[in-house]
Ligand binder design. Structure first.
Ligand code: ZN
Length: 418
C-alpha cells in the first residue's frame, strides 16, 4: 500500500478560507472576459502564492487564466494537467462570504448563524452521517460558500506545494490551469490545448470524495422564435395572430416525461428555460441534454416537428428553430487516453481508498477539454450542495482528494519508467 501524503491540514484550510472570501461570481449578462473583477483579484492572489511555493512559468494570461508548471523530477514521464475554476455560480451571491468552520462535527442538522431559515439538514445531506468528527466549512446562510470550485483550487495549490516540499516523491511535469467563467459555460473559451502540453488532465470539481466522473451530458441549445402578427385589439378580428398563444401550445406539447423535473440517472431531457416576448414575437430558449450524443438531434427533430404542428394549428404563425452545439459527453473522448481514468483508479487502489466511476448530469471544463483533445476526467473535491446558501465543504475530503491527486501523479511516473 502506498503511503498517504501528509498534507498540511491547517495550511489547506487557510487557503480555502482565503479564496472563498474573494467574490468571483460569474456574470452571464456581460461579454467581458472574465466576467467579474474578482476573478482577476483571486488570480493575482494565487499567482503570488504559486511564485512563493516555487512553481515555474507562473502567470495570469490576458484572459485572466492562471497558469503554472510544477517541473517533473523523473525522465520520460508525460505532462499531466490539474485544473479547477476561479469563478462561482451566479445562482447565489458570492459577495461578503463569511465562512464558518466546524472543527469536529458532532452530527445533526446545522443551523446557519446569519439566517435562521437556513438549516443544513441530515434529510437533505445524508452523507453528513459519515462525516462525524470531521472538519466542515459552511456559510452564514446569506451567500454561497464557493467550494465550487475553490475547494478544487485549494486542493491543487496544497498538492503542488507539497510536491515542491517533497522532492523524494517522483512525478512527471504537472501543468496547473485555473480557468474563468466555467459556471456560465465559458471555462475553456480561451484555453490553448497546445500550451497545456499535457497528455491528460484532471478537473477537481466534483462533490464529496472518491468519485471519478467519466461521463457527462452531451449538450445542445435551441432558440425557438415564434412570429405572429400584432395589431390593435380593437380591430384585430381575423387579422391578429398571437405568438403568445402559439408559444403556449408549443410548450404544452413538449413531452413531460422528457423534463429535468421528471427524469434522473441516465435519462436526458428537453428543458425550456427562457420565455420572452409579446403578441408579435416570442423567443423560447431550450436546453437539450442526453448522455447519448446522437439523441440530441432526435430531441431537436422532435421540437421541430412540434413547431410544424403548431404552425398548422395556428394559421399565420411561423416558427424558426435555431440549433446550437454546446458541449459533448467526455465519455466520447476519454478512450483516446485510457491512462487518464486507469491511473486515477490505480491511485485510489494503491492508497486503499474506494472510488466510484460516475456520471454527471451536467458538464465540466473537463467535458470541453476532452472534446478539444485533452482527455480530462473529473475528480471529487469535497464540495457539497453547490450554488446554494446551504453549501458546505469537508476539509477531510479535500485532504483525501489531494492525496489522490498526488498519488495519481506518482502512478503516471511509475508506469512511464522503462
Ligand atoms: Zn464547478
Amino acid at each position: 500500500m502506498a503511503e498517504l501524503a501528509n498534507l498540511n491540514r491547517e495550511r489547506l484550510l487557510e487557503r480555502f478560507l482565503r479564496y472563498v472570501k474573494v467574490n468571483t461570481t460569474a456574470n452571464a449578462e456581460t461579454q467581458v472576459y472574465p466576467s467579474s473583477e474578482g476573478q482577476w483579484e483571486l488570480g493575482r492572489m494565487i499567482l503570488a502564492e504559486l511564485e512563493e511555493l516555487g512553481a515555474q512559468d507562473a502567470h495570469v494570461d490576458e484572459y485572466g487564466l492562471v497558469w503554472a508548471m510544477i517541473p517533473g523530477n523523473v525522465e520520460d514521464t508525460p505532462t499531466i494537467g490539474w485544473n479547477s475554476h476561479l469563478d462561482t455560480s451566479p445562482e447565489t451571491t458570492g459577495e461578503n462570504v463569511k465562512p464558518h468552520v466546524i472543527q469536529s462535527y458532532e452530527g445533526g442538522d446545522i443551523p446557519l448563524a446569519g439566517d435562521s431559515s437556513k438549516i443544513i439538514t441530515i434529510a437533505e445531506n445524508p452523507e453528513l452521517n459519515d462525516l462525524i468528527g470531521k472538519t466542515l466549512i459552511t456559510t452564514d446562510g446569506t451567500t454561497l460558500l464557493g467550494g465550487d470550485d475553490k475547494a478544487g483550487i485549494a486542493i491543487i495549490m496544497e498538492s503542488a506545494h507539497y510536491l515542491t516540499e517533497h522532492p523524494e516523491i517522483k512525478h512527471g511535469p504537472i501543468r496547473i490551469l485555473f480557468t474563468c467563467d466555467e459556471e456560465i459555460g465559458r471555462g475553456v473559451n480561451h484555453v490553448d490545448i497546445d500550451k497545456m502540453g499535457a497528455v491528460a488532465a484532471y478537473t477537481l470539481d466534483g462533490g464529496g470524495a472518491g468519485d471519478i466522473d467519466v461521463e457527462t451530458f452531451s449538450a445542445d441549445g435551441l432558440t425557438v422564435i415564434v412570429k405572429g402578427v400584432n395589431i390593435h385589439p380593437s380591430i384585430a378580428k381575423d387579422r391578429m395572430v398571437n405568438a403568445l398563444r402559439a408559444a403556449g401550445a408549443l410548450l404544452e406539447r413538449l413531452p413531460p416525461e422528457q423534463a429535468p423535473e421528471t427524469t434522473e440517472d441516465r435519462v436526458g431531457f428537453i428543458h425550456p428555460y427562457v420565455l420572452d416576448g409579446g403578441v408579435a414575437e416570442v423567443t423560447i430558449k431550450i436546453l437539450l441534454r442526453d448522455f447519448e450524443t446522437a439523441q440530441l438531434q432526435v430531441k431537436a427533430d422532435l421540437v421541430v416537428e412540434i413547431a410544424r404542428q403548431v404552425e398548422k394549428d395556428y394559421p399565420g404563425i411561423t416558427i424558426e428553430v435555431d440549433h446550437q452545439k454546446q458541449y459533448r459527453n467526455m465519455a466520447d473522448g476519454l478512450p483516446n487516453e485510457p491512462r487518464a481514468v486507469e491511473f486515477a483508479k490505480q491511485a485510489h487502489d494503491e492508497l486503499g481508498l474506494e472510488y466510484r466511476l460516475s456520471s454527471i448530469r451536467g458538464g465540466t471544463d473537463g467535458s470541453m477539454l476532452t472534446e478539444k483533445g485533452l482527455p480530462t476526467p473529473n475528480l471529487s473535491s469535497g464540495q457539497h450542495t453547490q450554488h446554494s446558501p446551504l453549501e458546505w465543504a469537508c476539509l477531510d475530503e479535500m485532504i483525501q482528494q489531494g492525496q489522490v491527486l498526488i498519488q495519481t501523479a506518482v502512478v503516471w511516473a511509475n508506469n512511464s519508467q522503462s
